[in-house]
Design a protein around this ligand. Structure first.
Ligand code: SAM
Length: 228
């Protein structure tokens, strides 16, 4: 389905794939429960945009690593209020699908955007079925997923061969983990180091950007093209 809808549909659901666990120093040990996550972010939605200070240059650099180019079909996983949407459109994305588990975050996104290239889906991103995307972006959201390895497997399946998966934050890992310990410890399992996360990309994806920087975190890779 294409097009923008104020009646936010529930995503098609399928069973989650099983895979190994990744230990994260910091908040790890927390069992991230999706109802708790949904309620937590529903509660954040009203003040979300006012509480954010996005640096457009940094966001553009993240989307360059994500490989968003004119004509790209983008899936924004855990899109929240759609902070990245204007940047995808500025780059000439053909379509932007935003999925989020929090109805209130999506309502805020729906109130802001009316571009027909944007579509919103309410549900657990890990259970999305179908779709063919050139770029899948998980921005400022990985710690809220219970099993990063399983998430990577399921998101990789949504990419076309040659498509890219990118997990990014616009702050450094220490700052994210410190902030989550203070404010979101019940809904965060912490952000792993970029090197460890990149190992989970293999074998579905070939990681080519692994950055645990002072002011950003990016792990990005390409889905292998099928051999003929
Ligand atoms: C820290 S917010 C980031 C939102 C947005 N990406 C941004 O940078 O403003 C994390 C988002 O992840 C969403 N989320 C958490 N678990 C999710 C899941 N399993 N499926 C879809 N969205 C999820 C939350 O509802 C929330 O909107």
């Amino acid at each position: 389905m294409r097009g923008y809808s104020k009646n936010i549909p529930q995503g098609g659901l399928r069973r989650r794939p099983r895979s190994g666990k990744l230990k994260v120093k910091g908040v790890d040990g927390v069992r991230v429960d999706r109802e708790k996550v949904r309620d937590f972010f529903d509660g954040c939605a009203a003040g979300w945009d006012a509480g954010r200070m996005a640096d457009p240059q940094k966001l553009r650099a993240i989307l360059a690593a994500a490989g968003v180019v004119p004509g790209a079909r983008v899936l924004d996983v855990a899109c929240g209020t759609g902070v990245l949407f204007p940047y995808y459109l500025e780059l000439g994305a053909e379509s932007v699908t935003g999925v989020d588990i929090s109805p209130e975050m999506l309502k805020a996104a729906a109130a802001k955007f009316s571009d027909p290239r944007i579509r919103l889906v309410c549900g657990d991103a890990q259970e999305l079925a179908g779709g063919e995307y050139d770029c899948v972006v998980v921005f400022n959201a990985l710690p809220h997923f219970p099993d990063p390895a399983a998430l990577i497997v399921s998101l990789s399946a949504l990419l076309v061969p040659g498509g890219r998966l990118t997990v990014a934050h616009d702050r450094c890992r220490a700052s994210i983990n410190g902030w989550h310990e203070q404010t979101a410890s019940s809904v965060s399992r912490g952000l792993p180091d970029a090197e460890s996360l990149s190992r989970l990309f293999v074998p579905q994806l070939i990681p080519d950007t692994v950055l645990d920087g002072d002011d950003r975190y990016i792990v990005s890779g390409t889905k292998a093209k099928e051999e003929h």
